[in-house]
Design a protein around this ligand. Structure first.
Ligand SMILES: [Fe+2]
Ligand SMILES: [Fe+2]
Length: 174
């Protein structure tokens, strides 16, 4: 049961958090499309190092927040709903996140022009593409067939995402 305080907090959300997606899978797929768009932008930036740095910062933030909400909320729920049918898939997804996060960590401390910078972005693009394909073609369809409450889960993902993005904004102002 939501407390009156929860209700008040919901109402106090800033306008940029409006447009809440209906369900968990839609929310995650919207994130996927957003990151794909950023990778395309990176490719078109060619030799513009300041644009590249800016785009990579956005990619790193988007991937970190997305990985976090999946690991904290979506994967455990999927694991429970699918039980042994989902075990291998969710295990694989978590291992893929580890590789993605290690490239993100490297890129967060690097800048365009550094040795292997473009190669790391390229490999990150490929890892993410592969990972997204597995989620969308294998994991999500399986989860949809369970009785998991995707609307409710979407709400949880949405709240946590807003929280994590707020944290990052505070860090940026330091
Ligand atoms: Fe994802
Ligand atoms: Fe993922």
């Amino acid at each position: 049961m939501p407390t009156p305080r929860d209700e008040a907090e919901k109402k106090a959300k800033p306008a940029k958090q409006a447009g809440k997606p209906e369900d968990a899978i839609k929310l995650l797929m919207t994130d996927h499309r957003e990151v794909e768009g950023l990778f395309k932008k990176f490719e078109s930036a060619k030799d513009d190092n300041s644009a590249k740095a800016d785009i990579v910062a956005q990619i790193c933030e988007a991937l970190s927040v997305h990985a976090e909400i999946e690991e904290e909320i979506f994967y455990p729920a999927a694991r429970e709903a699918l039980s042994e049918k989902g075990e291998d898939l969710v295990d694989e997804a978590e291992v893929e996140h580890e590789s993605i996060k290690s490239l993100v960590e490297w890129l967060e401390d690097a800048e365009p022009g550094d040795e292997r910078y473009d190669a790391k972005v390229k490999v990150l693009t490929e890892y993410v593409k592969h990972h997204v394909k597995e989620e969308e073609n294998e994991l999500f369809p399986k989860v949809k067939k369970t009785d998991l409450d995707l609307d409710n889960l979407g709400g949880e993902l949405f709240e946590r995402k807003a929280e994590l993005m707020g944290d990052n904004e505070e860090d940026d102002s330091n």
